[in-house]
Design a protein around this ligand. Structure first.
Ligand code: TYD
Length: 207
């Protein structure tokens, strides 16, 4: 039997990393043969492109940015995601095509259709069966509530308006593909949020 592919998406500071950790612990306990990976990144080439994309010293044109994310993604698909699915594993990816649609398509203003075109290889060959979206407006993110607004990289340094546009973008994409998306409104209690995510996986027969 072939493996499966799911992705996790969300705006900055909404607890995505914590949820990934809890999910990893859960899948490990359940004995699910899982490959955890991330974008941009996941392969040596894509990790190098990540370094460029997040480098605060660089000014990158929106189209070039979208193409660099897509190039990193293509290498990731060919050298890690598809081979792992072929080997029967569950692939869990931290960010994927929907990050490009929301960040480059909507927030950078390239348009969702154009960014889909740039990502046609992923769209045609490697779409996740389930995308967990942590549905929280970055204006109310946990990080903001805690007053911990440390800006780590070139993308995080973007304005509040940029991150608000990312959130709108995600909502628009999710509305277009309701069968692929599970919208998870996070709870203050991270275990409660985790249980919602596990429910979404169970509902698809993934665990
Ligand atoms: P990262 O530190 O991995 O962010 P996070 O911890 O929030 O997941 O940095 C990745 C950044 O790149 C993040 O700001 C989202 C952005 N991004 C895009 O703009 N387009 C994309 O296609 C992907 C995968 C990420």
């Amino acid at each position: 039997m072939k493996g499966r592919f799911i992705t996790l998406e969300g705006c900055e500071g909404v607890g995505k990393s914590t949820q990934l950790r809890l999910l990893a612990e859960y899948l490990n306990r359940e004995g699910v043969d899982t490959v955890f990976t991330r974008e941009p990144g996941g392969t040596p080439l894509a990790e190098r492109i990540r370094g460029i994309l997040l480098d605060e010293a660089l000014v990158v044109s929106p189209y070039a940015e979208a193409e660099l994310f897509a190039t990193a993604r293509r290498d990731h698909i060919d050298n890690l995601i598809l081979p792992s699915i072929e080997a029967g594993k569950l692939v869990v990816c931290d960010r994927y095509i929907d990050s490009s649609l929301a960040y480059q398509g909507v927030a950078r203003g390239l348009g969702i259709e154009r960014v889909y075109e740039i990502n046609s290889y992923a769209r045609d060959n490697c779409m996740p069966e389930l995308t967990i979206f942590i549905d929280m407006d970055p204006a109310n993110s946990w990080r903001r509530q805690k007053g911990k607004e440390v800006m780590h990289d070139r993308m995080e340094r973007e304005s509040a308006a940029f991150h608000a546009a990312c959130y709108r973008g995600y909502k628009e994409i999710a509305a277009r593909e309701p069968e692929r998306f599970a919208l998870i409104v996070p709870e203050r209690d991270k275990t409660a949020t985790h249980l919602k995510i596990v429910e979404a996986l169970k509902a698809r027969g993934i665990v």
